[in-house]
Design a protein around this ligand. Structure first.
Ligand code: PLP
Length: 356
């Protein structure tokens, strides 16, 4: 490993120096130093500007905690949950639903194909659902789902929506206004260290959360509605991680949210062009489904080998696919700080050299 190692995985991403420096500031004691709450309120206000929505909370714990907390807080014994999926993270919601006693009904489309609106509509028409879950960017296949038509259907059926936007939030627009609980994580497009999840919660979702008996402590969202104002968190917050996230959000706001989104689009387009110049295919065949934050390159039966050689010979860290696609997909993350042409060029030069 050299100091120049480039980490182009779809999260954790490279963390800029200003974020690392901020993290090294003296740690506060949130229980004693009341300034902490002011800082937290300011941070969530800045996050709301990135979200384009209000009522954002930040929990200690990475993305999965947010996913579990949403289900633990919104689903009770016997509740029916529609799990809309075209990938691993979409499928995974059904496991959380089962864990918390709900009845999960999965509406599945093939990987990297659009969510099946007709199937969703007919499943919704067949029976009452309380909650629906879905994923904005299926990171393992680099697929960005068009959520707006799905959210309209859910609204028409009065179903509470939970969206995993872990690998898209902060890198591309997310239709947060139509979402009841929208989940993100620090180590993806924010380019902060792993360890925090962020979430926005609608009034309708808060009401549902507050109407339930608590069956979880760490994963219960209820205290977070009033925590910042009442100046009481259910556990000691990860102050150093919050400092880092604050610096990362400042960087996004200084650059401008729209400019950040455009930078992601450009990095992704460059990555796809360079991939096709090598005679390779992008895993989602339709470019409309290709995520601006991560590109999945089809490399049947060769992905692990290319990943290993790019790291050994060029000191660039990439990811492969997951599950059945592990050896068939090579993933280049161009999210957050890594969504820059020079980083994508260096990565694609390395892949080209290995393939030659
Ligand atoms: C779409 C998606 N959801 C959830 C997660 C889980 O996040 P974490 O690894 O922070 O727990 C990931 C991680 O890669 C992800 O890509």
């Amino acid at each position: 490993m050299t100091e120049d190692r480039l980490r182009m995985t779809p999260g954790p991403t490279e963390i800029p120096a200003r974020v690392r420096e901020r993290m090294s500031e003296p740690t506060w004691n949130p229980d004693v130093e009341s300034e902490f709450y002011e800082f937290y309120r300011e941070l969530t206000a800045k996050l709301e500007a990135v979200y384009g929505d209000d009522d954002v909370a930040v929990l200690s714990g990475e993305g999965i905690l947010g996913l579990e907390a949403a289900i633990a807080s919104l689903v009770e014994e016997g509740d029916r949950v529609l799990c809309i999926s075209n990938g691993l993270y979409g499928d995974g919601f059904a496991d959380f639903v089962e864990t918390y006693g709900g009845e999960g009904v999965t509406c599945r489309s093939p990987a990297a194909e659009p969510l099946d609106l007709e199937a969703i509509e007919s499943t919704l028409a067949e029976g009452e659902f309380d909650v629906a879950t879905m994923v904005h960017c299926e990171t393992p296949t680099g697929t960005l789902n068009d959520l707006e038509p799905v959210l309209s259907l859910l609204e028409a059926h009065d179903v509470v929506s939970v969206v995993d936007a872990v690998s898209s939030l902060g890198g591309t627009p997310v239709p947060v206004e139509g979402i009841d609980v929208c989940l993100g994580a620090s180590q993806k497009c924010f380019s902060a260290p792993p360890g925090l999840c962020v979430l926005s919660v609608s009034d309708r979702a808060w009401e549902r959360i507050e109407s339930f008996e608590t069956r979880s402590f760490y994963a219960d969202l209820e205290p977070w509605r009033t925590a910042a104002d009442e100046e009481w968190f259910p556990y000691t917050h990860a102050t150093s991680n919050l400092f880092a996230l604050d610096a990362a959000v400042d960087a996004i706001l200084e650059e401008g949210v729209d400019a950040v989104f455009e930078r992601h689009e450009e990095a992704a387009a460059l990555c796809r062009d360079r991939t096709r110049d090598l005679g390779l295919e992008i895993y989602p065949e339709n470019d409309d489904l290709a995520s601006p934050t991560v590109t999945a390159i089809s490399l049947e039966g060769r992905a692990r080998e290319v990943q290993r050689r790019v790291q050994e010979e060029h000191d660039i860290v990439l990811s492969t696919g997951l599950g059945d696609l592990e050896d068939d997909i090579l993933r280049v993350g161009h999210m957050g700080h890594n969504a820059r042409a020079e980083r994508v060029e260096r990565t694609m030069d390395a892949i080209e050299a290995v393939l030659e």
